[in-house]
Design a protein around this ligand. Structure first.
Ligand SMILES: Nc1ncnc2c1ncn2[C@@H]1O[C@H](COP(=O)(O)OP(=O)(O)OP(=O)(O)O)[C@@H](O)[C@H]1O
Length: 308
């Protein structure tokens, strides 16, 4: 069995509303897997099922081969969870938060004390172990939640939007810790940050309305959904006039303009020659093929409409 996580035809209905229907997925051991999707896509529903916080309506899910339906206790022993909201105990110090977690997992002081020292060190909190979480910045609290999830040496770590609300420095620090976990355990994360998925994940799945829309490495997704016929053109002068020219060309399928910079989407690869014939070269400062970002892929698949 080389899969750390397996979802088998999971359906979840809430009072007649089906959030996820017959969803299947296998995640290879030791990889970082990223699940992306707009608000309400079904990401948290899947995480809650995998972490035994919620039972599926139909289907089964497995962590390291153990069913969430019949071996919940074993699953909980093998997983670490970083939930969307920080749920630290504010009346316990950082070290006490970690100790409580270790004891709930049946660890003995001889094994948890060195482990907690190591984790406080790794997350840059060694000097703050005796302080209360309320005195920590958002980034430090988040790091403490990650440290807590790792105390009992889980084989699979679930991170639900781990860096939401953090400043760029704290996000990057957390990315470094997550990168350091690669190959040591399996990481399953959800995020709304495309750069985060791009930077961290070996494999990315984009889902919406409970269904998988795309699945692959960041490079594969960008390749598959690349807007290969979109060019970025910057004019030296007369941008207004060129806007009019472009509007009259049948092989131009879309134009977005920001000042003197245009993004021009053509009908096909061959249209670049007639485009250049119409624009001439004299007023062009720069022309290049637009490389798609993961965000372009995400928007292309899930649309621009804002979710409730
Ligand atoms: N307890 C519940 N009762 C009723 N409907 C729910 C419940 N939990 C989730 N839903 C619905 O199920 C769908 C999926 O929600 P879910 O929280 O899994 O999405 P998500 O992708 O995690 O969204 P977000 O990015 O906002 O966290 C949504 O339409 C949501 O309104």
């Amino acid at each position: 069995m080389s899969h750390a996580i397996k979802l088998h035809e999971i359906t979840k209905s809430y009072d007649g509303f089906t959030a996820v229907e017959r969803f299947s997925l296998e995640v290879a051991r030791g990889t970082v897997f990223g699940l992306l999707g707009p608000n309400g896509a079904g990401k948290t529903t899947l995480i809650k099922i995998l972490t035994t916080l919620m039972r599926p309506t139909l289907g089964d899910a497995f962590v390291e081969g153990h069913s969430v339906l019949t071996a919940g206790k074993e699953v909980r022993r093998l997983i670490g969870v970083v939930p969307q909201e920080n749920n630290l105990d504010r009346y316990l110090t950082a070290r006490e938060n970690l100790t409580l977690h270790a004891r709930l997992h049946g660890m003995r002081p001889a094994s948890y004390n060195p482990r907690i020292d190591e984790l406080l060190e790794m997350t840059g909190l060694a000097s703050r172990g005796n302080d209360f979480p309320d005195t920590f910045s958002g980034g430090m609290q988040r790091r403490l939640v990650v440290a807590r999830a790792l105390v009992h040496e889980p084989r699979v770590l679930f991170l639900d939007e781990p860096t939401t609300g953090l400043d760029p420095q704290s996000r990057r620090a957390l990315w470094d810790y997550i990168r350091g976990l690669r190959h040591k355990m399996t990481v399953f994360l959800t995020t709304h940050y495309m750069d985060e998925a791009d930077a961290l994940c070996d494999r990315i799945m984009i889902m919406d309305h409970g269904e998988c829309l795309a699945d692959g490495t960041a490079a594969q997704l960008k390749d598959a959904y690349s807007r290969a016929h979109t060019y970025q053109v910057e004019f030296k002068r007369d941008a207004e006039r060129y806007e009019g020219v472009l509007a009259g060309l049948s092989f131009v399928k879309g134009v977005e303009r920001e000042g003197a910079v245009f993004q021009i989407t053509l009908a096909d690869e061959e249209s670049i020659k007639p485009l250049m014939d119409h624009l001439g070269g004299a007023d062009i400062r720069r022309i290049c093929l637009k490389e798609p970002s993961l965000e372009d892929v995400f928007i292309a698949l899930t649309g621009e409409r804002v979710r409730e």
